[in-house]
Design a protein around this ligand. Structure first.
Ligand SMILES: [Zn+2]
Length: 134
């Protein structure tokens, strides 16, 4: 785990680094992504350092996604996109961040994620059984 004193999103949450805030409550912060892929591309982050959404307790997860919903509706109201999308991966910054961004019909997200990956052939019965039994 990255030390929170070095983590850029912890530093933003503490107000040590300027951010473009669009929403804040006692658990989460909604900010503009400074490298946006669309006008209105936001990040919603928990104020305390967490890494994986699937490791969070249910209460914290609910609070995070309540903030995501609020920010999504703000984007919808302000930008009027066809869709508001969310994406969580966490590859570049370890601090959990939900990307919330507007999307239009036929933009580069159309068909995502299949449009971004080579087609793979899998045994759907076997994979469903393996995940279902995990
Ligand atoms: Zn952090």
């Amino acid at each position: 785990m990255e030390k929170s004193e070095d983590c850029i999103l912890c530093r933003i949450a503490r107000g040590e680094i300027k951010s473009y805030k669009v929403y804040e409550d006692d658990f989460a912060l909604g900010i503009l992504d400074v490298n946006p892929c669309a006008e209105g591309h936001c990040l919603v982050v928990p104020k305390k350092h967490m890494e994986r959404f699937y490791e969070m307790d249910d209460e914290d997860l609910g609070r995070l996604f309540s903030a995501v919903k609020i920010v999504a509706n703000k984007i919808k109201k302000a930008i009027s996109p066809d869709f508001v999308c969310i994406f969580i991966r966490g590859g570049r910054i370890s601090h959990l961040h939900v990307a919330v961004f507007p999307s239009m019909k036929n933009d580069s997200l159309s068909g995502f994620p299949q449009s971004n990956f080579e087609k793979v052939t899998v045994d759907l019965d076997e994979v469903a059984e393996r995940i279902g039994n995990a």
